[in-house]
Design a protein around this ligand. Structure first.
Ligand code: SF4
Length: 184
Protein backbone atom coordinates (compact mmCIF):
# COMPACT_ATOMS: atom_id res chain seq x y z
CA UNK A 1 0.00 0.00 0.00
CA UNK A 2 1.35 3.39 -1.08
CA UNK A 3 0.93 6.58 0.97
CA UNK A 4 0.52 9.38 -1.56
CA UNK A 5 1.12 12.82 -0.11
CA UNK A 6 -1.38 15.18 -1.76
CA UNK A 7 -0.99 18.94 -2.06
CA UNK A 8 -4.53 19.56 -3.38
CA UNK A 9 -7.46 17.99 -5.22
CA UNK A 10 -6.61 19.04 -8.78
CA UNK A 11 -2.98 17.84 -8.54
CA UNK A 12 -4.21 14.52 -7.15
CA UNK A 13 -6.46 13.64 -10.07
CA UNK A 14 -3.94 12.38 -12.60
CA UNK A 15 -1.60 10.60 -10.13
CA UNK A 16 -4.49 8.78 -8.43
CA UNK A 17 -6.03 7.90 -11.78
CA UNK A 18 -2.70 6.64 -13.11
CA UNK A 19 -1.87 4.62 -10.00
CA UNK A 20 -5.31 3.03 -9.74
CA UNK A 21 -5.20 2.12 -13.43
CA UNK A 22 -1.82 0.49 -12.72
CA UNK A 23 -3.39 -1.57 -9.94
CA UNK A 24 -1.51 0.23 -7.15
CA UNK A 25 -3.39 0.49 -3.86
CA UNK A 26 -3.02 3.80 -2.10
CA UNK A 27 -4.18 6.15 0.62
CA UNK A 28 -3.99 9.91 0.24
CA UNK A 29 -2.16 11.94 2.89
CA UNK A 30 -2.82 15.62 3.48
CA UNK A 31 -0.06 17.52 5.28
CA UNK A 32 0.40 21.05 3.94
CA UNK A 33 1.20 23.63 6.64
CA UNK A 34 2.40 25.95 3.87
CA UNK A 35 -1.11 26.75 2.65
CA UNK A 36 -2.39 30.13 3.81
CA UNK A 37 -4.67 31.59 4.98
CA UNK A 38 -6.79 29.20 7.05
CA UNK A 39 -9.74 29.69 4.67
CA UNK A 40 -7.63 28.43 1.78
CA UNK A 41 -6.23 25.54 3.83
CA UNK A 42 -9.82 24.43 4.58
CA UNK A 43 -10.92 24.94 0.98
CA UNK A 44 -8.09 22.86 -0.50
CA UNK A 45 -8.61 20.07 2.01
CA UNK A 46 -12.34 20.03 1.27
CA UNK A 47 -11.65 19.72 -2.46
CA UNK A 48 -9.07 17.02 -1.90
CA UNK A 49 -11.75 15.08 -0.03
CA UNK A 50 -13.98 15.42 -3.11
CA UNK A 51 -11.20 13.98 -5.28
CA UNK A 52 -10.69 11.13 -2.78
CA UNK A 53 -14.43 10.40 -2.80
CA UNK A 54 -14.45 10.47 -6.60
CA UNK A 55 -11.85 7.69 -6.67
CA UNK A 56 -13.04 5.89 -3.55
CA UNK A 57 -9.71 6.23 -1.78
CA UNK A 58 -9.08 6.97 1.89
CA UNK A 59 -7.83 10.42 2.83
CA UNK A 60 -5.78 10.92 6.00
CA UNK A 61 -5.52 14.57 7.09
CA UNK A 62 -2.78 15.72 9.45
CA UNK A 63 -1.18 19.01 10.49
CA UNK A 64 -2.36 22.59 10.50
CA UNK A 65 -1.95 25.91 8.71
CA UNK A 66 1.43 27.40 9.82
CA UNK A 67 1.35 30.87 8.34
CA UNK A 68 3.54 32.16 11.18
CA UNK A 69 6.43 29.91 10.23
CA UNK A 70 6.36 30.73 6.53
CA UNK A 71 6.22 34.44 7.38
CA UNK A 72 9.07 34.28 9.86
CA UNK A 73 11.81 33.44 7.38
CA UNK A 74 13.51 31.28 10.06
CA UNK A 75 13.89 28.52 7.52
CA UNK A 76 16.41 30.57 5.57
CA UNK A 77 18.97 29.55 8.20
CA UNK A 78 18.61 25.94 7.17
CA UNK A 79 17.39 25.94 3.57
CA UNK A 80 18.39 28.08 0.63
CA UNK A 81 14.83 28.86 -0.36
CA UNK A 82 11.38 28.61 1.12
CA UNK A 83 10.39 26.03 -1.51
CA UNK A 84 13.17 23.63 -0.48
CA UNK A 85 11.96 23.92 3.08
CA UNK A 86 8.40 23.41 1.91
CA UNK A 87 9.19 20.11 0.17
CA UNK A 88 11.28 18.96 3.11
CA UNK A 89 8.63 19.64 5.75
CA UNK A 90 5.85 17.97 3.79
CA UNK A 91 7.77 14.90 2.67
CA UNK A 92 9.22 14.43 6.15
CA UNK A 93 5.71 14.12 7.56
CA UNK A 94 4.62 11.78 4.74
CA UNK A 95 7.63 9.47 5.06
CA UNK A 96 7.34 9.35 8.85
CA UNK A 97 3.63 8.54 8.72
CA UNK A 98 4.15 5.90 6.04
CA UNK A 99 6.98 4.28 7.97
CA UNK A 100 5.07 4.20 11.25
CA UNK A 101 1.83 2.90 9.75
CA UNK A 102 2.78 -0.10 7.67
CA UNK A 103 2.92 1.37 4.14
CA UNK A 104 5.46 -0.07 1.72
CA UNK A 105 6.33 3.29 0.13
CA UNK A 106 5.43 6.97 -0.04
CA UNK A 107 5.21 9.44 -2.90
CA UNK A 108 3.75 12.88 -3.61
CA UNK A 109 1.43 14.62 -6.05
CA UNK A 110 3.95 17.48 -6.12
CA UNK A 111 5.60 15.40 -8.86
CA UNK A 112 2.76 16.27 -11.24
CA UNK A 113 3.44 19.99 -11.38
CA UNK A 114 5.60 21.51 -14.12
CA UNK A 115 5.77 24.64 -11.94
CA UNK A 116 7.57 22.99 -9.00
CA UNK A 117 11.28 22.22 -8.68
CA UNK A 118 11.02 18.57 -9.72
CA UNK A 119 14.64 17.65 -8.95
CA UNK A 120 14.45 19.21 -5.49
CA UNK A 121 11.32 17.18 -4.74
CA UNK A 122 13.15 14.00 -5.76
CA UNK A 123 16.09 14.96 -3.52
CA UNK A 124 13.79 15.54 -0.57
CA UNK A 125 12.03 12.23 -1.21
CA UNK A 126 15.32 10.35 -1.25
CA UNK A 127 16.53 11.99 1.96
CA UNK A 128 13.31 11.13 3.77
CA UNK A 129 13.45 7.60 2.41
CA UNK A 130 16.84 7.12 4.06
CA UNK A 131 15.81 8.85 7.27
CA UNK A 132 12.69 6.73 7.83
CA UNK A 133 13.77 3.52 6.05
CA UNK A 134 10.90 3.46 3.61
CA UNK A 135 10.86 3.51 -0.22
CA UNK A 136 10.25 6.76 -2.05
CA UNK A 137 8.21 5.76 -5.09
CA UNK A 138 9.11 8.09 -7.93
CA UNK A 139 6.80 8.77 -10.85
CA UNK A 140 7.17 11.58 -13.33
CA UNK A 141 3.50 12.54 -13.37
CA UNK A 142 4.11 15.79 -15.26
CA UNK A 143 2.92 14.47 -18.61
CA UNK A 144 -0.55 14.16 -17.05
CA UNK A 145 -0.69 17.63 -15.53
CA UNK A 146 -3.09 19.15 -18.10
CA UNK A 147 -5.22 16.03 -18.21
CA UNK A 148 -5.51 16.08 -14.42
CA UNK A 149 -6.49 19.75 -14.36
CA UNK A 150 -9.19 19.05 -16.94
CA UNK A 151 -10.44 16.10 -14.92
CA UNK A 152 -10.61 18.36 -11.86
CA UNK A 153 -12.64 20.92 -13.78
CA UNK A 154 -14.98 18.20 -15.04
CA UNK A 155 -15.90 17.11 -11.52
CA UNK A 156 -16.20 20.72 -10.30
CA UNK A 157 -13.12 20.98 -8.09
CA UNK A 158 -11.86 24.37 -6.98
CA UNK A 159 -8.62 25.13 -8.87
CA UNK A 160 -6.39 27.61 -7.05
CA UNK A 161 -4.46 30.42 -8.70
CA UNK A 162 -1.43 30.48 -6.39
CA UNK A 163 0.95 27.86 -5.08
CA UNK A 164 -0.13 28.08 -1.45
CA UNK A 165 2.09 30.06 0.92
CA UNK A 166 1.53 33.64 1.96
CA UNK A 167 4.47 34.76 -0.18
CA UNK A 168 3.15 33.08 -3.32
CA UNK A 169 -0.20 34.80 -2.69
CA UNK A 170 1.55 38.17 -2.45
CA UNK A 171 3.34 37.47 -5.73
CA UNK A 172 0.30 36.20 -7.62
CA UNK A 173 -1.03 38.19 -10.59
CA UNK A 174 -4.48 37.23 -9.32
CA UNK A 175 -3.97 38.48 -5.76
CA UNK A 176 -6.96 40.86 -5.70
CA UNK A 177 -9.31 38.26 -7.12
CA UNK A 178 -8.06 35.65 -4.64
CA UNK A 179 -8.48 38.00 -1.67
CA UNK A 180 -12.05 38.67 -2.76
CA UNK A 181 -12.76 34.95 -2.86
CA UNK A 182 -11.87 34.73 0.85
CA UNK A 183 -14.77 37.08 1.64
CA UNK A 184 -17.43 34.92 -0.01
S1 SF4 B 1 5.83 28.85 -3.47
FE1 SF4 B 1 4.76 26.86 -3.19
S2 SF4 B 1 6.39 25.32 -2.89
FE2 SF4 B 1 7.29 27.35 -2.56
S3 SF4 B 1 7.11 27.72 -0.34
FE3 SF4 B 1 5.31 28.64 -1.30
S4 SF4 B 1 3.75 27.02 -1.19
FE4 SF4 B 1 5.73 26.03 -0.84
Amino acid sequence: MLLLHACCGPCSMYPVDFLKESGRELDLFWFNPNIHPQFEWDRRLENLQKAADHYGVKLIAEGECREDYWKSGEYLNEFNTRCLMCYDVRLDAAAKFASENGYDAFSTTLLVSPYQNHEAIIDAGKRKSEKYHIDFEYHDFREGFRKGQNMARDIGLYRQKYCGCIISLEESDFKEKILKSFEQ
